[in-house]
Design a binder for this molecule. Sequence first.
Ligand SMILES: [Zn+2]
Length: 368
Amino acid sequence: MKPMIQMEETPVNEAVAWESVLHRDPSADDRFLYGVKTTGVYCRPTCPSRRPKRDNVAFFSSVEAAERAGFRACQRCRPNMAKSANSGVERARAYIDTHIADFADERMTLELLGEQAGLSPYHLQRKFKELVGLTPAQYIRARKSERLKGELKRGETVSRATFGAGYGSSSRVYDDAPARLGMTPATYRRGGAGARIDYVITNTSLGALLVAATDRGVCAVKLGDDGKNLEAALEQEYPAATRARVAAPTSALSVWVKEIVDAIDSGTTRPDVPIDVQASAFQWKVWRELQKIPIGETRSYSEIAGAIGAPKAVRAVASACASNRVALVIPCHRVVRQSGALGGYRWGVERKQRLLAKERATRDESTS
Ligand SMILES: [Zn+2]
């Protein structure tokens, strides 16, 4: 047996990672890099270069790990360069999201954002437009107007959500400025400190299901082989929240769980539940677009990017899909690669495949 290159930091599931490399899965670009032992070069999963032989590949969780192992960055996909620009853009966007209320437009300058991002103002402007689909100034304006609308509607939205089971149409809730509905950014950043999260673990035709909720809505929906692992993942996501596994959930939570179980087991329904997660305006935009995909159909990352008016932001769309924390409620399983290949799924590619097969069968029955 060949000696394995020592893995560092977060271990990568190699079988899944290799699938992502074969399919050039854009959502994998944020997760790992691969090195080719015969050339000594490391790449992003989406690198346009020819696919190496599996035996020659080593996986790394970071640029640092790849370089420590003696690999050098590929000249085509530039895994070391673009990555820092991506995270710079992420930092600038996070800065805008958290400071939008404190600043008048004219004070949130490109220079200031560049400082936050660790990029020159010019480079930030260009990269931001490329990844987010808007310039920083356009993004700030969009956030401001959303905020204003959200504030007007907040009272109604939150009280509706609190009643949980008491309202009929999910589209109504999603249309009502969902970004405002969520946990506050501060609460989310502090690992859910101050939030109370009740959760239920149950079995479905796709394995174990965990549904967690605050009193305002569902904050995590996870699928897996084993309830214990799902519980651990919830703890990792909200380490500071007061978490309680409940045997007899409140009427709202039990309705939400039933909605989700029905969606999994029947493949015919859309879970009609309020969502309580913190996300950027861009993530919400992508997620709402996913909720429009009819059951039994799929879309590619670039179709979603086109639908939200940011045709070049394919990578950002892929990472917004990958960052979905509420399986099924936001149906990220309906996004596949342009080639028709399945692409990744946070809760297991095999589950994605089974879900899609079930939904397709349902559609075919209803149209035949
Ligand atoms: Zn490359």
